[in-house]
Ligand binder design. Structure first.
Ligand SMILES: NC(=O)C1=CN([C@@H]2O[C@H](COP(=O)(O)OP(=O)(O)OC[C@H]3O[C@@H](n4cnc5c(N)ncnc54)[C@H](O)[C@@H]3O)[C@@H](O)[C@H]2O)C=CC1
Ligand SMILES: O=C(O)[C@@H]1CCC=N1
Length: 264
């Protein structure tokens, strides 16, 4: 159980983590302070989750655990003056691109974890990669793993891999949403009503992911199992190859990883 949690930035990811941590009983609402400059957003978080929401990062940063959930672009002003408030907190950052070196320079006396979750965290189906800073103990690392396990799977990676993680699983829900939308468009183009097309597209992506996860099959093996000789799937696959689906996705992950590096 987390004794006290401060969340700096009550946006999409701050709320996703907050909601799941509360639902899982990892922290009590009375032990959470969110700092968020938008008054309407603060009111919403307070009404919905019963947490204290303030417009003062220093108040949230008094907690034992501090989650940084602001945009990388506002990192410097958002953390200014927070370092000297305490010297024994566990600082968790989910900021894209911001390296441990920069986080540790901002919180020089403390244990800092850099993490990259993703939006399926909202429904507990996320995946988070974490990398530990120099002052993190084995105990703190396992506490951080438990923290992010509240929103899905957790992998621990060397920090050098976190920009690539961001390009793949951090940004990936955006790519998959585009794929689902496009599959639904294809269904509509082929004559399906929109609602049915979207339901089929979502369940096909979900079912395929579950099948791969449960069987451990190589994705190529699954593709081969779906493709009947001279059948429909190979006709579709050939069209995707002609239109560069694979290289488009490879380039997307590389571009997002590069952007993550630039944000740091
Ligand atoms: N959205 C996503 O899918 C993911 C985002 N991230 C990272 O999570 C972080 C937050 O992203 P989102 O939640 O999507 O952004 P967001 O824009 O929804 O939330 C950021 C919140 O910070 C508040 N804020 C702005 N300036 C502030 C300040 N000086 N002090 C305190 N709060 C301030 C904003 O009002 C906003 O509510 C980013 O660093 C992003 O790289 C990581 C993984 C996935
Ligand atoms: O687009 C972004 O910068 C953030 C980081 C990963 C997902 N969303």
């Amino acid at each position: 159980m987390i004794s006290s949690l401060g969340i700096i930035g009550g946006g999409v990811m701050g709320e996703a983590l907050l909601a799941r941590l509360l639902a899982q009983g990892q922290v009590a609402a009375t032990a959470v302070t969110v700092s968020e400059p938008f008054a309407a957003r603060c009111e919403f978080l307070n009404d919905r989750y019963g947490v204290r929401c303030v417009d003062d990062n220093a108040e949230a940063a008094q907690a034992d655990w501090v989650l940084l959930a602001i945009k990388p672009q506002v990192f410097d002003p958002a953390v200014a003056g927070l370092a000297d408030l305490r010297s024994d907190r566990l600082i968790l950052s989910i900021l894209a691109g911001v390296p441990l070196a920069k986080l540790e320079a901002a919180f020089p006396h403390e244990a800092v974890i850099r993490a990259m979750p993703n939006t399926p965290a909202t429904v507990g189906a996320g995946v988070t990669a974490i990398a530990a800073g120099q002052q993190v103990t084995a105990d703190q690392l396992s506490q951080a793993q438990e923290f992010f396990a509240a929103v899905g799977r957790v992998v621990t990676v060397p920090e050098s891999q976190l920009d690539a993680v961001t390009g793949l699983s951090g940004s990936g829900p955006g790519y998959v949403a585009l794929i689902v939308e496009a599959l639904s468009d294809g269904g509509v183009a082929a004559g399906l009503p929109r609602a049915i097309a979207t339901e089929l597209a979502i369940q096909t992506v979900r079912g395929t992911a579950e099948l791969l996860q449960e069987t451990g099959w190589h994705p190529g093996e699954l593709k081969d199992r779906v493709c009947s000789p001279g059948g429909t799937t190979i006709a579709g696959v050939a069209t995707l190859e002609q239109n560069g689906l694979r290289s488009a996705l490879i380039e997307a992950v590389k571009a997002a990883a590069l952007r993550s590096q630039q944000l740091g």
